[in-house]
Design a protein around this ligand. Sequence first.
Ligand SMILES: C[S@@+](CC[C@H](N)C(=O)[O-])C[C@H]1O[C@@H](n2cnc3c(N)ncnc32)[C@H](O)[C@@H]1O
Length: 264
Amino acid sequence: MQDTATLTADPLMTGVISYQTPRVADDYCRWDDSGSWLLGYPFLPVALGLDQLPGAHLVDLGCGPGDLTRWIADRHPVRTTAVDTSTAMLDLARSQHPHPAVDYRLTAGDGLPFLADGCADAAMASFLFTCIADRRLLQSLVDEMARVLRPGGRFTILMPNPDQMHDASFEGFHRGEPGARYRSGDTLPVRVRREDGSWATITNTYWPRETFQEALTAAGFGAYTELTPVLADAHGVADPALIASRPWTAERERAPFILITATR
Ligand SMILES: C[S@@+](CC[C@H](N)C(=O)[O-])C[C@H]1O[C@@H](n2cnc3c(N)ncnc32)[C@H](O)[C@@H]1O
């Protein structure tokens, strides 16, 4: 699915995307994220085993506008500390997706000093690491998740499938350029379709699975597992109406996302 509109998409900003400004945070909320709701977000509670963790304390690192955070809080009896470095994103989260069991908190970047060692039962980072350009910051964030998780707690990272970053099209987005091969820490262009049909170009950082294996191991995590769902896996997990709403061509054969889970 190569839409010609993707070739003329306007750059949303220069450099690796940051969500600090209201303009970019608002724009993020207008992207067509149906693919994420099909093969990404609903698999997070599965990977984290939230059904087996009633009353758990969940940390959502890089919560953004809070729609995913609230969706999980509506369906699972967890209390969530949802953190982000963007006041613009947190303003959206607090105003549009408040929930009595969710505490939205601003962080400075690499630490969560307001959380005690081992206080969390589970942690997740959804589409966070593609906007982290610095390998040392990536390590600091993984280290911090290791600090706040109790022994046995799972950390799940949801992100673009690193095998589908090189000129790969899916419903609503296109990653990479023809002929390009990316290495750990490289930047790549991603074109995303908004709900109104227009397209934006953003810049992401490419991190292969090996980078996460190294970072998680260095932080003391073990039991590394991967989930790469395709359309057939969505039945019983994603919203049936969403599954039926589109033809989902590429998603039948190739996994747009990966969920990497490791245990403290
Ligand atoms: C692509 S958005 C993802 C939002 C949400 N998790 C989702 O899946 O829709 C990435 C978010 O990570 C936040 N972020 C970037 N660097 C961060 C850091 N060092 N610590 C916490 N959040 C960060 C950004 O402000 C942004 O809201």
